[in-house]
Design a protein around this ligand. Structure first.
Ligand SMILES: Cc1cc2nc3c(=O)[nH]c(=O)nc-3n(C[C@H](O)[C@H](O)[C@H](O)COP(=O)(O)OP(=O)(O)OC[C@H]3O[C@@H](n4cnc5c(N)ncnc54)[C@H](O)[C@@H]3O)c2cc1C
Length: 455
């Protein structure tokens, strides 16, 4: 491809390969700049494109859960990654797991053999902003240091994070509202913006003991020596520094009057709404590296969370990502330099499936722009639309990456089953959300003129 490319794309991981392929199939000349095989990120062990750096699974393929629904939507939208994942599938129950070597080799073959795609090996350290050619940055959670430094200069120091600090999120209807009270510290803001889970002295010290003893996930080699920012420390690290530390940190009770006692509790876990519909709440300041089973057990000791349904577990790991709600528009363009857009994990989606979906969405939006139109994202009743909305949702002040989960979807208008009039239980709600998503995606594809790859 001697001519000037129509699009320059940096990073040939899952998002980059999906994005490049979709654009090339729609007639764009795409130049991919990928630092492999000259350099690898600390997590990579192979030289192939679209490497699966850890698990070989794209998680559940069951179309009755959120990520399985996203699989279905990706297939309908003609995803290359999903077509090849299906072809290289290995038995794994209801999960879509693949032979990782064959899968990546096949993605690489498709990319390298495409007549509209060229691949240039080399680390990009500054964005090539030449002659108005759109640039897609899909350099992932371990974007190289030099490019990350350049992005900091472009977006501002406080707008690019190098570690995520993810607090668990629980479903609102699984919280025992009898045990919690709504209040803001000192009555500020809306006065009842938070749900507070109060603890007495005995409950608090038993909880701290359980936190300190809980099993945590080991650090990756390249994560050792992490110095956590104050405010981003995992709760077990805070608890290890002294039995009262949590009470002076995220479990501080001051200014929180419990209406049942008229007093401040001894300690409190605060829950903050995760979306404007208040269908999901995060445990404020409760980022943790506890294993998931331990999170269920230990956090289940918190009053009100005994039966909590975890929509997302807490985690802390090395992850380069943008404060996307403040930086990007729904087409994932940088507001300050619209020639530049981002795709994949660096936008604040989390996981192989979500990163791939992000790459596909960016390709569709960019293709529309090149054709002189604007593509609105799918509605938030669909899996892809819910994922895009998560990335640009400005109502969330402290943006953190997320897997797709049902808490990101537009809630059901009616929590009751229209046939029986009874409140829907969890499986029924999930079923209703999936049922609503399918026609919504079809309708969006019809109105935007996107053909379905599933006929
Ligand atoms: C250690 C680790 C383990 C993970 N495990 C899982 C898991 O098991 N399951 C899961 O669902 N998700 C996992 N993730 C999260 C995430 O889904 C994957 O990292 C996923 O590959 C992200 O896709 P991506 O396309 O955004 O980035 P990547 O797949 O990482 O692709 C980015 C590409 O950009 C290239 N690149 C980086 N900087 C430059 C530069 N300056 N110039 C040129 N090229 C550059 C890289 O070489 C790479 O090929 C993990 C993340 C990490 C860090």
């Amino acid at each position: 491809m001697a001519q000037m490319p129509d699009v320059i794309l940096i990073g040939a991981g899952l998002a980059g390969c999906e994005c490049a392929w979709q654009l090339a199939e729609r007639g764009a000349r795409v130049q991919i700049c990928e630092m492999k095989p000259l350099r690898r990120t600390p997590a990579q062990t192979a030289d192939t494109l679209a490497e699966l750096v850890c698990s070989n699974s794209f998680r559940s393929d069951n179309p009755h859960n959120a990520v399985g629904l996203l699989h279905e939507e990706m297939r309908a939208l003609g995803s290359l990654i999903f077509r090849l994942a299906d072809q290289h599938r290995v038995p794994a129950g209801d999960a879509l797991a693949v032979d990782r070597d064959q899968f990546s080799a096949d993605v690489e073959r498709h990319i390298r053999q495409h007549p509209m795609i060229s691949v240039v090996a080399g680390e990009v350290t500054e964005l090539p902003l030449q002659a108005g050619v759109p640039v897609v940055v899909a350099t992932g959670p371990l974007t190289s240091d030099a490019l990350a430094a350049h992005l900091v200069a472009l977006t501002g120091q406080e707008r690019l994070a190098f570690y995520d600090a993810i607090a668990p999120i629980v479903a609102a209807e699984s919280i025992d509202m009898q045990q919690v009270f709504a209040a803001s510290r000192w009555g500020k803001g809306g006065g009842d913006d938070y749900l507070n889970c109060p603890m007495d002295k005995a409950q608090y010290f038993a909880f701290v003991e359980a936190v300190v003893a809980a099993e945590t996930l080991p650090l990756q080699d390249f994560e050792r020596g992490v110095r956590y920012f104050p405010g981003c420390q995992p709760i077990e690290v805070i608890a290890q520094s002294g039995p009262k530390s949590l009470r002076f940190g995220p479990m501080k009770p001051t200014g929180l009057d419990d209406p049942r006692t008229g007093r401040w509790p001894f300690a409190v876990v605060q829950l903050r709404a995760e979306n404007r519909h208040k269908t999901a709440y995060n445990l404020v300041g409760f980022q943790t590296k506890m294993r998931q089973a331990e999170q269920r057990r230990v956090l289940g000791m918190v009053p009100g969370l005994g039966e909590a349904e975890f929509l997302r577990y807490g985690s802390v790991h090395r992850n380069t990502f943008l404060d996307s709600p403040r930086l990007l528009d729904p087409a994932m363009r940088l507001l300050s330099v619209p020639q530049v857009r981002f795709a994949g994990q660096i936008t604040g989606v989390e996981g192989y499936v979500e990163s791939t979906a992000s790459g596909l969405w960016v390709a569709l939006a960019l293709h529309a722009e090149r054709s002189g139109t604007t593509l609105t994202p799918p509605p938030t009743t669909t899996a892809l639309g819910a994922l895009v909305q998560h990335v640009v949702d400005t109502s969330v002040p402290d943006f953190q990456p997320s897997n797709l989960h049902f808490g990101l979807f537009e809630p059901l208008a009616d929590i009751r089953d229209p046939l029986t009039g009874k409140k829907r239980d969890k499986p029924m709600r999930k079923e209703a959300l999936c049922k609503r998503a399918r026609p919504a995606l079809r309708e969006w594809m019809r109105t935007t003129g996107l053909p379905s790859a599933c006929g």
